[in-house]
Ligand binder design. Structure first.
Ligand code: NAP
Length: 288
């Protein structure tokens, strides 16, 4: 029997309902709506889609949204000044910096200048540290989306399960491994060196929970998926005009107990988590 689909939309709907209610009561209590500012340097067709989706989701949930466009030739110091000015602006609760940034701007350095209280993507080292401690209230959106998908599975006991995360980026793989560890999941992280050594199939075959975030279509063969595994495919790849994930879906769905479709799995949840983080940031700034 093919695996059940883990669709992000239905999970996102429930979270959105809660956000709407919370935004409503915050408005009543403080006479203010949470506000998100998105910073975009230059034009980038890939970020346009995300920006539109962020704006629509924010407005639907009663969150104020502003897009701050900066010229592509802005120098790093001027960009830092623009961030610091938003840090000081009391009407702004959350800041997101659209990626990719032009090459002359160092994204890692920039993340240090965001106020940790307004860093709704959890890219500031302080917020990353809170994840290590297991005390973070604002979680990296994609990693948190994967955890929400796992939580949506009825009767799934994470404690003691064996997971493999493929990909160790700062925004997805690494924080996700920590979130899984915080739930006592025995977690293995595979990366480029695992691929080069040729041992990726061995690790994947053992995974009760498999999460893949690489960005290479079909890097995980369906054949490798363990019978009954839960498979979350974060990858987004355009192949012959179609969007596909990193896992060979047709074969993997026959072996998995649950599997995310691409598109329609992690993606719809990510922007919802971003909005939840804006509301959390608002509350922290009000001292709630
Ligand atoms: P990234 O920063 O490029 O990271 C990719 C990771 O995969 C790196 O850790 C890389 O290792 C590793 N890797 C590369 N080749 C490998 C191989 N052969 N075997 C094992 N690991 C390998 O990408 P990202 O930002 O994490 O995103 C990953 C994918 O998720 C992309 O397709 C992206 O579009 C998608 N994504 C989706 C959402 C969503 O909402 N659905 C959100 C974010 C990202 P090295 O760093 O050592 O090279």
């Amino acid at each position: 029997m093919p695996g059940k689909l883990l669709e992000g939309k239905s999970v996102a709907l429930k979270i959105k309902e809660n956000i709407k209610l919370e935004v409503g009561s915050l408005k009543t209590k403080y006479g203010l709506s949470p506000k998100l500012v998105s910073m975009q340097v230059g034009e980038n067709p890939a970020s346009e889609i995300y920006i539109k989706s962020q704006e629509k989701t924010a407005r639907d949930l009663g969150i104020d949204y502003e897009l701050k466009k900066l010229p592509s030739d802005i120098n790093q110091d001027e960009f830092i000044k623009a961030i610091e000015s938003l840090n000081k602006d009391k009407s702004v609760n959350g800041i997101i910096i659209q990626m990719p940034l032009p090459q002359h701007i160092d994204a890692k350095l920039i993340s240090r200048y965001l106020s940790p209280l307004k860093d709704i993507e959890a890219v500031h080292p302080q917020n990353m540290g809170e994840i290590v401690f297991g005390t973070a209230k604002i979680l990296p959106c994609t990693a948190a989306a994967c955890m929400e998908l796992l939580n949506s599975i009825d009767l799934l006991e994470l404690y003691g399960k064996e997971a493999v995360v493929v990909g160790h980026s700062e925004i997805v793989g690494k924080p996700l491994a920590l979130l899984l560890l915080n739930k006592f999941v025995t977690t293995t992280v595979c990366h480029i060196a695992t691929g080069k050594r040729g041992t990726l199939p061995e690790f994947v075959k053992k995974a009760e929970i498999l999460i893949v975030a690489v960005g290479k279509a079909g890097i995980v063969k369906g054949e490798w998926v363990k019978e009954g595994a839960i498979v979350i495919d974060v990858g987004i790849n355009r192949v012959e005009g179609k969007i596909v994930g990193d896992v060979e879906f047709e074969r993997a769905v026959e072996k998995a107990s649950y599997i995310t479709p691409v598109p329609g799995g992690v993606g719809p949840l990510t922007v919802t988590i971003l909005m939840r983080n804006v509301v959390e940031a608002f509350k922290q700034q009000q001292g709630v």
